[in-house]
Design a protein. Structure first.
Length: 313
C-alpha cells in the first residue's frame, strides 16, 4: 500500500483537516546554505509529505513557496493537496497589521492562501522593521496589545479567504480560554502548536485541548537540533533514549520514528524538521507500524516535564 500524508489527516473544528505529519522548516539562516530548504521541501513532497510548517521569521518562506509551486507545475501535486501553516510574528500583533502581514507572507510564498495561520507567540514586540527589537541594555522591547483584538483580525483573514483555518502557538490554557471566552467569538482556534515529545508530553494541555476540539501540533518532536543559542541542552538528547531505541529495535525502526509514532498515536500532529534527504524519508515511514498500549505507557513514563525550547523572551 502506498502511504501518503493525505490519508493520515485529522479533522479540525472548522470542517477542514490537517495531515498528522508535516515537515518543519526552521533552520539557522546563518548556517544553512541558500536553496537547502527549497530542495528539502521538494524531496519531502516527493516522499509523500503534504503538510509544511513554516514562518516569516524562518527567512526561508520564499524557498518553501517556490518548492510548492515547482511541484504543482510538475504536475506532482495540486495546490489543494498541500497544507501550509504560516505564522504571525510578535511585531505584528496590532490588529491593523495582521492582514497586511499575512498578505506579505502570501506574496513571499506566491500563493493565494495559507491553509493555517497561527499567532506564533502570545506576547507582542514593538512593531517595526526589527523583528527582535531591543533597548540599549539589550532587553526585548515588548508592546501592549489585546490578544482578543489580534484574534478578531485573524478571523477577518479567514473570512477574506486568505487563511483556510486559524490557530495559535505557545498558548497556555489561560490564554486559550481568553480567546474562547471572548464576547462575539466567530471562530475558535483550531490548533495550538506547542513543544511536545516523549520528554515533554503535555498531558494537561493535551486533555484540555481534546475537550475543546483543539488539535495539538507538536513542535520539536525529535528533541530539537540542540542549538545552544536557543535550546536547553542540559536536558539529555531525546533520540539517545534507551527505551525509544529498544522499542525501535523490535520494529526495525529508529528512535526518531518511534518518537514520531508515539505522538501521532496520541493524536498529536508532528512537524519534524529535516533538510537531509534520507532523514526526511525516514521520518515519513511511521504509518506502517503501531505501538502497543504497554509501549505507549512506557514512553509516556519518560516525560520529564522539561522543555528544550525555554522561550526566555
Ligand atoms: P526537531 O524536528 O525535533 O529536530 C530537528 C533536528 O533533528 C534537526 O537537527 C534534524 O537534522 C534532526 N533530525 C531530523 N530527523 C532526524 C532523524 N530521523 N534522526 C536523527 N536526527 C534527525 O526540532 P525543531 O526544528 O525544533 O522542531 C520542528 C519544527 O517545529 C521546526 O522546524 C519549526 O517548523 C517548528 N517549531 C515551531 C516553534 C514555535 O514556536 N511555534 C518552535 C520550534 C519549532 P537534519 O535536518 O540534519 O536531519
Amino acid at each position: 500500500m502506498s502511504l501518503t500524508a493525505e490519508s493520515h489527516r485529522i479533522p479540525l473544528s472548522d470542517g477542514n483537516s490537517i495531515p498528522l505529519l508535516g515537515l518543519g522548516t526552521y533552520a539557522d539562516p546563518q548556517k544553512t546554505p541558500k536553496g537547502t530548504c527549497l530542495e528539502a521541501v521538494k524531496i519531502a513532497i516527493d516522499a509523500g509529505y503534504r503538510h509544511i510548517d513554516g514562518a516569516f521569521v524562518y527567512y526561508n518562506e520564499h524557498e518553501v513557496g517556490q518548492a510548492i509551486r515547482e511541484k504543482i507545475a510538475e504536475g506532482k501535486i495540486k495546490r489543494e493537496d498541500i497544507f501550509y501553516c504560516g505564522k504571525l510574528w510578535n511585531t505584528c500583533h496590532p490588529p491593523e497589521l495582521v492582514r497586511p502581514t499575512l498578505e506579505k507572507t502570501l506574496k513571499i510564498l506566491q500563493l493565494d492562501y495559507v491553509d493555517l495561520y497561527i499567532i506564533e507567540l502570545p506576547m507582542a514586540f514593538k512593531p517595526g522593521d526589527a523583528l527582535y527589537p531591543k533597548d540599549e541594555n539589550g532587553k526585548f522591547i515588548y508592546h501592549e496589545t489585546d490578544l482578543c483584538a489580534t484574534w478578531e483580525a485573524m478571523e477577518a483573514c479567514k473570512d477574506a479567504g486568505l487563511a483556510k483555518s486559524i490557530g495559535v502557538s505557545n498558548f497556555n490554557r489561560r490564554q486559550l480560554e481568553m480567546i474562547m471566552n471572548k464576547p462575539g467569538l466567530k471562530y475558535k482556534p483550531v490548533s495550538n502548536q506547542v513543544e511536545c515529545h516523549p520528554y515533554f508530553t503535555q498531558p494537561k494541555l493535551l486533555e484540555f485541548c481534546r475537550q475543546h476540539d483543539i488539535v495539538i501540533v507538536g513542535y520539536s518532536p525529535l528533541g530539537t537540533s540542540r542549538d545552544e543559542s536557543w535550546v536547553n541542552v542540559s536536558s539529555p538528547p531525546l533520540l539517545k533514549d534507551p527505551v525509544l531505541n529498544a522499542i525501535g529495535k523490535k520494529y526495525n525502526k529508529t528512535a526518531a520514528q518511534v518518537a514520531l509514532r508515539f505522538s501521532i498515536q496520541r493524536g498529536v500532529v508532528v512537524i519534524p524538521k529535516s533538510f537531509n534527504p534520507q532523514r526526511i524519508r525516514e521520518n515519513f515511514q511511521i504509518f506502517d507500524f503501531s505501538l502497543t498500549e504497554k509501549e505507549m505507557k512506557e514512553i509516556e513514563a519518560l516525560n520529564k516535564n522539561v522543555r528544550y525550547v525555554e522561550l526566555l523572551m
